[in-house]
Design a protein around this ligand. Structure first.
Ligand code: TXA
Ligand code: MG
Length: 335
């Protein structure tokens, strides 16, 4: 049984209390954050966290982010907090930035995927903050079945989990649309492990030039990066480049796929004549907000192939291209 709580008008004390009770009973509650919806459970309760992995079908070595609502919460889950972490937290929290820090023993190793580090973030969404304050720090991955595009609407969460989790809080559309930026501060050099909702340029303004290590080479620094990700059922092809050449290439691909009897969806900022079309918007912020929704909606039309137009890799565009490349699993065409 899944209880869906409508909080589109913002946090409501009575309703938050109901959701918090589920959490304190060790149950699963999906909730909106400013990035994407999270699938939350009491981060310090092993049995509850174990269920997150079960319902998502998530590999047990892929650690979860612990969501906190105060600096006191942070000290409950992380230790030896370096000055860089304090600087970044003071500047960017609450917000779409996740810090990887040495974990306290109180954090179950189920939560950290067996690691001695813990990823922590303070979300900027009022419903997320209210829920954490009314319950406890929440372990929460994106609320999608492992490998599927992240959810930016409560409907997406219901598509993946209705009937399998206790509660979904519907807070409307998540404003940023791509997940948080993850930065590792547990070793000598601060390292970006996942580009996300906070542009790397902004972090560099505080810490100076950063190492970016988003590809898994050897032992994965961010275990999540080695798994298939963000994939709709349809095959995704990304076309990168400038202006008219991109448009020509997309038209050419539509014809080619259709001549092979395939149903084609297009996600781009110009209209194309295909079996499905989704316009993610003009600015990079709009594309980020609509990206996962576009992949899910085209999928629902039952297309075999999604041709997606690339964006410039600046600001949020770095996160958008990271997600698109992963969804495409290497099928990138540069023109
Ligand atoms: O915006 C977000 O970050 C969303 C919302 C719900 O907060 N959450 C999210 O969680 O995207 P998830 O589980 O889908 O992605 C967490 C990422 C994974 O790539 C994981 O491997 C990495 O963070 N991660 C978590 N703990 C880590 C750790 N201790 N060391 C290195 N990477 C870690
Ligand atoms: Mg995820």
């Amino acid at each position: 049984m899944t209880v869906v709580i409508n909080m589109r008008d913002g946090p409501d004390e009575g309703k938050i209390r109901i959701a918090a009770r589920f959490i304190l009973e060790g149950k699963l509650v999906a909730f909106p954050t400013e990035t994407v919806y999270g699938l939350g459970a009491d981060a310090l309760r092993e049995d509850a966290v174990r269920r997150i992995f079960e319902v998502k079908g998530r590999p047990p070595d892929n650690p979860l982010i612990v969501h906190v609502a105060s600096f006191d919460d942070l000290k409950k889950v992380a230790r030896d907090i370096p000055p860089e972490a304090k600087l970044l937290a003071r500047r960017f929290w609450p917000g779409p930035l996740t810090l990887v820090l040495p974990a306290r023993d109180e954090v179950p190793r189920v939560t950290t995927g067996g690691l001695d580090t813990v990823a922590v973030r303070m979300p900027a969404h009022p419903i997320a903050l209210a829920l954490i304050k009314a319950s406890t720090p929440l372990a929460a991955p994106s609320a999608n079945v492992s490998g599927r595009p992240s959810p930016t609407l409560a409907e997406h969460v219901a598509d993946d989990f209705y009937g399998r989790i206790e509660c979904i809080i519907d807070g409307g559309e998540t404003p940023i649309g791509v997940e948080s930026t993850v930065i590792d501060l547990s070793s000598e050099e601060p390292t970006v492990l996942r580009p996300g909702g906070l542009p790397i340029e902004e972090i560099e303004r505080v810490l100076g030039k950063l190492e970016v290590q988003v590809k898994a080479k050897g032992v994965a620094r961010s275990p999540g990066m080695k798994y298939r990700h963000y994939s709709p059922n349809a095959r995704v092809v990304v076309v990168e480049g400038k202006g008219e050449r991109v448009r020509e290439k997309i038209r050419e691909l539509i014809e080619e796929y259709r001549s092979r009897g395939l149903k084609v969806g297009v996600m781009a900022r110009y209209r194309y004549d295909a079996d499905g079309f989704f316009n993610p918007g003009r600015t990079t912020e709009e594309v980020a907000r609509n990206l996962f929704r576009g992949l899910r909606e085209l999928d629902k039309l039952g297309v075999d192939v999604i041709i997606a137009e690339g964006v410039e890799e600046k600001g949020l565009g770095v996160a958008v291209m990271n997600r698109l490349r992963k969804a495409a699993g290497g099928r990138i065409i540069r023109v």
